[in-house]
Design a protein around this ligand. Sequence first.
Ligand code: ADP
Length: 265
Amino acid sequence: MIQLFHVKKAYPGDAPVLDDITLRVEKGEFVWLTGPSGAGKSTLLKLLFCAESPTSGQILIGGRNIGRIGQGSIPYLRRNIGVVFQDFKLLDNRTILENVGYALEVLGASDGEIRERSLKRLAQVGLDHRATSLPRRLSGGEQQRLRVAQALVSSPSLLLADEPLLSLDLAHQRGVVDLLDARRLGAGTPVVFVTHDINPVLHSVDRVLYLAPGSWAIGTPDEVLTSQTLSRLYDTEVDVLRVRGRVVVVGTPDDQHVHHVGEAH
Ligand code: ADP
């Protein structure tokens, strides 16, 4: 479904952020994308969304080489991608319902269909009672849930989520993860999900894509979240401890980077 061949991304004057990444994300796969701050997680999502171009290498989405499509075709490609990106602005002068429906409006859906599908998605994120409010009236967590409703409304064939759990309490975190999970299980939509802590997504994750400065790894959580793999990635001694069914990573250079894995296998 998504294929990367020797993808490299370097910004001018800096060492490559992503270097020689080759991987394949299958239909219906849930990939947890992680790594320390600055490792290139957002950059990778932007490449998949055609918001940045690779310096070299190729990216195929649904068999299409996205480096070969013209600028004019990019909006059409994006219509099939649901995104939860922090830096995407909400439409300030439109209601919450209209914010969700906008993607369907662009697709030319009828007014009735737009309303029905938008309300359904708003209900799923617990915001249907705010349908006529303006986005600025929402809290940070409610805005996050609105973004999730927007990402799902047009039945995307790929979902990209950059820290979608920010500002959410545990119940809403679970709700958001379950919604994205339902989409990939029901429709086979691959999900690439960035979050710092694996705990809220562990029950859904098929594979972990771990980016570290100058290095990366992909595999199941059991394959990647090991002392051996993380020590190799960070080029320093890192311990992965399993304590009471949780996994804690100790010794990474950014000491905030601690995972709590709810259920060790
Ligand atoms: P992450 O999401 O893992 O925190 P990013 O993908 O945001 O990492 O950034 C990776 C690196 O690329 C950082 O060093 C960042 O400063 C740099 N970077 C990101 N976008 C740009 C840009 N448009 N121009 C120059 N450097 C950038």
